[in-house]
Ligand binder design. Sequence first.
Ligand code: NAD
Length: 274
Amino acid sequence: MAENMSVPLNDGRDMPRIGFGVWRIEDHDAERLVGAALDSGYRSIDTATVYGNEAGVGAGIRSWGGSREDVFVTTKVWSSDHGADSATRACEQSLERLGLDYVDLYLIHWPVARQQAFVETWRALISLREKGLVRSIGVSNFQPDHLQSVISATGVVPAVNQIELHPWLQQAPLRSFHRDLGVVTESWSPLGQGGDLLADPVVVMIAHEIERSPAQVVLRWHLQNNCVVIPKSATPSRIQENIDLWSFSLSERHMHLIAQLEQGMRLGPDPDIF
Ligand code: NAD
């Protein structure tokens, strides 16, 4: 049976299981690289206000030959814009920079619990969805207590939690918490930011066995764990390679071998203190 390339969200919408991440892509390169990703078959783009490239991303989507409705666009409200009015304004400004009428998914980028404003920010996202400026709403870098706070205050369960996740930080407890709540897990830095993870002997051995690249092995591992992936690359051949994930699969033994690579190793900040 053909695999589903989208995952259902808890609000009735769908989201592509593979997206193109654009962190550390300069605004002036974003139009070209987003165009390359769309030409390669990506239908989901993950940006954020703080990446400083929403204008280039929007230009890439608008200048692409296809229809806006066919692209799933995610952006995120930055930590300095928490609070009802600020978050609402931040979203409107993102839409202006993107040159779009709506985004498909709007996320709270970090909980920043010490500001004590993420619940109010979540309420703002609920209103933005009601107004139609955003289609789905979710969070990023939320721990279980942060998720519980927004759910108990509003009754609205985030559609997605985008978290750091790769074979060195597999997040099994948080994934199972998401499963119980009906929250989709989206993996950021799915390739462990390239480099050492892709040279790991286990990953390289599996890649040889199945005649795929180490990056494809790691991305396929995410998909088989029901995670959405958003790999980033600025190299057209790798952009292409990173979406070519539907014509092969990892065996149970491969999945088990990669499970052994867990090290509890964060590449980014700890959400409990950031
Ligand atoms: P990633 O894990 O996607 O790794 C990207 C790097 O891996 C590239 O720069 C390149 O060096 C290498 N690479 C990519 N494809 C390769 C291939 N086929 N072969 C060999 N090397 C390859 O890292 P990322 O950019 O940190 O994460 C992906 C996306 O996640 C970001 O672009 C961003 O959209 C999102 N993100 C979100 C947060 C958050 O707080 N929500 C934080 C970080 C990243």
